[in-house]
Design a protein around this ligand. Structure first.
Ligand code: COA
Length: 169
C-alpha cells in the first residue's frame, strides 16, 4: 500500500476561528491525514491555556464533522522536528492577505533550511474569512459584539464568558 501522505497545521490557535477551520477542510482534501499542532507560544502571551485551546479545537472539529480526519496535538520546540516525528511531509499555513506574506515567507524559508524534506503548503481561506484573526475576534468579544459568525459555537461561548458577557439568542 502507498505511504500515507500527511500534513501538520501549526499555530497558536488562541482561539481557533472559522478561518482556521476553512484552511483545515482544504488541507483534508489534499492529504490522507492532518494534525493540528498547537504551539504553546509563551512569547505571544496567549489568552487561553493550551488545554483550553486543545478542547476548543476538539469541540470545533466535532461540530463541523472533521473529527475523524484530523488529529490534535500540542508541541514545544521546533515545528519541523515535531512534524518529522509524526512522519508528515508538509506544513500547512493559511494566507489571508498580502500582509501575511512577509512573515510567512521568512518562516517557510527558515523551516526549509531546518528540514528540506518538509514542504510548506499555503492555502487561501474563503474570501469572507480573509479579514479574520484571533485578535480581532477577541477584540469584538471584549466589547460584547456578536462573534458567532466568526468562530465555532464552543469558542463563542467560552470567549464571551471570559469577558463576562452572555451570548444573545
Ligand atoms: N483564519 C483566521 N485567522 C488566521 C488564519 C485563518 N485562516 N490564518 C492565520 N490566522 C491568524 C490567527 O488568527 C492569528 O491571529 P492573531 O495573531 O491576531 O492572534 C495569526 O493569524 C497567526 O496565528 P496562528 O494561525 O495561530 O499561527 P501563528 O502565526 O501564531 O503560529 C507558529 C506560528 C506556531 C506556526 C510558529 O511560531 C512556530 O512554528 N513555532 C514553533 C517554533 C518554531 O519552529 N520556530 C521556527 C519557525 S521559523
Amino acid at each position: 500500500m502507498d505511504k500515507q501522505r500527511t500534513a501538520v497545521y501549526p499555530g497558536t490557535f488562541d482561539p481557533i476561528t472559522n478561518g482556521h477551520l476553512d484552511i483545515l477542510r482544504r488541507a483534508c482534501d489534499l492529504f490522507d491525514g492532518v494534525t493540528v499542532c498547537i504551539a504553546r507560544n509563551p512569547s505571544k502571551e496567549p489568552m487561553f491555556r493550551i488545554d483550553d485551546r486543545f478542547a476548543m479545537i476538539s469541540e470545533a472539529l466535532d461540530e463541523v464533522g472533521l473529527d475523524g480526519r484530523v488529529q490534535v496535538e500540542t508541541f514545544d520546540g521546533l515545528i519541523v522536528d515535531y512534524a518529522d516525528s509524526l512522519g508528515a511531509i508538509a506544513l500547512i499555513r493559511g494566507l489571508r492577505a498580502v500582509s501575511d506574506f512577509e512573515f510567512e515567507f521568512q518562516m517557510a524559508l527558515m523551516n526549509r533550511h531546518l528540514n528540506s524534506r518538509l514542504h510548506t503548503v499555503y492555502l487561501m481561506p474563503k474570501d469572507e474569512h480573509t479579514y479574520l484573526s484571533s485578535s480581532i475576534v477577541k477584540n469584538v468579544a471584549r466589547h460584547g459584539g456578536d462573534i458567532r459568525p466568526f468562530v465555532p459555537s464552543g469558542v463563542a461561548r467560552r470567549l464571551m464568558a471570559a469577558y463576562g458577557h452572555t451570548l444573545g439568542e
